[in-house]
Design a protein around this ligand. Structure first.
Ligand SMILES: Cc1cc2nc3c(=O)[nH]c(=O)nc-3n(C[C@H](O)[C@H](O)[C@H](O)COP(=O)(O)OP(=O)(O)OC[C@H]3O[C@@H](n4cnc5c(N)ncnc54)[C@H](O)[C@@H]3O)c2cc1C
Length: 330
């Protein structure tokens, strides 16, 4: 067992490393800092030379690359074929994955294949004596569990979106490049054929990539009041999101919903307007770096996750804020 080695398995789309891959690198580096270890990345795909270079831009001990036509699209069989022998042989202490749909499909079966422990949806960890304790949400985020893994062997972790900050992923020092090593790709076959991928809803909004989100809740009162929030979003260059009642009332389309049954976002700035902060909403936005809330109820739970809270009537506060931002931006 390579006691101090941490692997991080990267995911990518459209020739770019997924934001959550950078969050996974940040988590792995933080873990390495805690246990005194080093981080090595694993990248799978076809024609992924550029992606390997992007990965090598981070402070990693190595980037291992499986570059094979069969890995053009994700299929669980081919990924298990590649990853299982590599992890079995290297026997790292931990393997970190971003917690994505792909990981939900892959990681449990990979863990079973090599008899590893698996802690999904990790949001933080702490050292306790010789142990590491992992914190993860349960019951749809209503509770958080602390988990200790018993026994020996490699431990798999998947880290929840927004729990670790992509910006915290340390980049490689200028001197000394990161070694990119090819992985042997023998016996890699796919267990299924991907027939195609279709965009659902055509021009659906992907709020997960937004840097700034202005989210509107039931406190807006009625659809006719939305323009004041849209003006604030325009002044900030933000995307608009919403809590579920706004969607259920048909005031905004479903792809704007943030929360447990909507999208998960992790913007740098999240402005919550007339949102109470129900747990189902919080699980979708608590990865935001800075939350600013406007609510007339000083005891609204949204204030507990906010860096800045404005207690007041949104009909007065929002236009004043928009005007101040417009003035500041000239
Ligand atoms: C299975 C399930 C899944 C769910 N999934 C989601 C989800 O994905 N996303 C989600 O958001 N919810 C979800 N919900 C609903 C969730 O429980 C809450 O009901 C919802 O988040 C509340 O939305 P809200 O904060 O906009 O409304 P409310 O809770 O009604 O809050 C409105 C807020 O606006 C404030 N307000 C009112 N007027 C003004 C004013 N003039 N100025 C300033 N403030 C004002 C009030 O003080 C209040 O805090 C789900 C629920 C269930 C059961």
């Amino acid at each position: 067992m390579a006691e101090n080695t941490i692997y991080v398995v990267l995911q990518h789309r459209d020739g770019k490393l997924h934001r959550m891959s950078r969050e996974a690198i940040a988590a792995a580096q933080m873990l390495a800092g805690t246990i005194g270890g080093s981080v090595e990345a694993v990248l799978l795909g076809s024609n992924v030379g550029d992606l390997a270079d992007q990965a090598a831009g981070f402070d990693l001990a190595a980037v291992h690359v499986a570059d094979l036509p069969v890995l053009e699209s994700y299929t669980p069989g081919a990924y298990v074929n590649v990853l299982a022998p590599v992890i079995r042989e290297a026997s790292p202490a931990f393997v970190v994955f971003p917690h994505t749909y792909q990981s939900v499909d892959l990681v449990a079966r990979l863990a079973q294949e090599i008899d590893a422990a698996y802690v999904p949806e990790v949001v933080s960890f702490e050292a306790s004596g010789d142990d590491l304790l992992w914190r993860r949400p349960v019951l749809g985020g209503k509770l958080q569990a602390r988990v200790r893994v018993k026994g020996e062997g490699t431990v798999f972790l998947s880290v929840q979106s927004g729990a670790f900050r992509a910006d915290d992923a340390a980049v490689a020092p200028e001197s000394g490049g990161v070694a990119i090593t090819p992985l042997a790709g023998t016996d890699v076959s796919s267990d299924r054929e991907l027939l195609g991928v279709e965009q659902v809803g055509g021009d659906q909004v992907d709020l997960s990539k937004a840097d700034v989100v202005v989210a509107v809740g039931r406190g807006i009162g009625k659809e006719e009041n939305l323009p004041i929030v849209e003006e604030l979003a325009a002044a900030l260059g933000a995307d608009i999101g919403a809590s579920r009642p706004v969607i259920d009332n048909g005031w905004l389309p479903r792809d704007r919903q943030i929360g447990s049954s909507g999208q998960t976002v992790a913007p740098k700035l999240y402005v919550a307007v007339g949102i109470s902060g129900a747990i189902q909403h919080l699980v979708g936005m608590k990865g935001a770096q800075c939350v600013v809330s406007i609510n007339k109820d000083p005891s609204a739970p949204i204030f507990t996750v906010s860096k800045y809270g404005i207690v007041g009537d949104l009909h007065e506060v929002v236009p004043a804020l928009t005007e101040a931002i417009q003035a500041a931006r000239g």
